[in-house]
Design a protein around this ligand. Structure first.
Ligand SMILES: Cc1cc2nc3c(=O)[nH]c(=O)nc-3n(C[C@H](O)[C@H](O)[C@H](O)COP(=O)(O)O)c2cc1C
Length: 151
């Protein structure tokens, strides 16, 4: 199964989390949304979208063109299963909104989310890469179960 890990980051935390996921997922390909094209999703069966939040609950600046292009597109992503790892800080009212925005945008294009959005809180003291590794175990099992059910 072709699995992409899409990354949206400003200061590298989401990238570090993506590296950790890629190490655990043999053969997964990391794609930076900064400079990327959402058309890459059309050929993928599964993806994990890993992004932080900036501004007033917005996606990172570098991921903005990717987000806007996805929202404006007519891509058919009905074959795509995805997960979202949202990085943020609960001191903001717009906690993890960047990941939630991408969740909605992917769902609108027909993609189906597997599992819950993982929200990583920079104020919690938790290591986001550890939370992501734990989340990945369940996500992978759910993806496998879903693939079996729809095969
Ligand atoms: C200027 C600024 C604005 C931020 N705005 C938000 C926000 O609106 N909501 C949120 O949940 N986190 C917000 N954050 C927290 C970041 O999303 C969080 O620290 C994240 O882990 C950074 O990940 P990155 O290194 O991958 O960019 C903000 C951080 C900064 C520095």
């Amino acid at each position: 199964m072709k699995l992409l890990i899409l990354v949206g980051t400003m200061t590298g935390t989401a990238e570090m989390v993506a590296d950790e996921l890629a190490a655990a997922l043999d053969g997964a390909e990391i794609v930076a949304m900064d400079g990327g094209d959402p058309a890459v999703l059309e050929g993928a069966e599964a993806c994990i979208l890993c992004t932080s939040t900036y501004g007033d609950g917005e996606v990172p600046d570098g991921a903005r063109p990717f987000y806007d292009t996805l929202r404006a597109s007519a891509l058919d992503l009905s074959g795509l299963r995805y997960g979202v790892i949202a990085l943020g800080d609960s001191s903001y009212e717009t906690f993890c909104e960047g990941g939630k925005l991408f969740d909605k945008a992917l769902a609108v294009r027909g993609a189906r989310r597997i599992g819950e959005v993982l929200c990583c809180d920079a104020s919690s003291g938790d290591m986001p890469e550890e939370k992501a590794r734990e989340w990945l175990e369940d996500w992978r099992d759910a993806l496998t179960a879903e693939a079996g059910a729809t095969a």
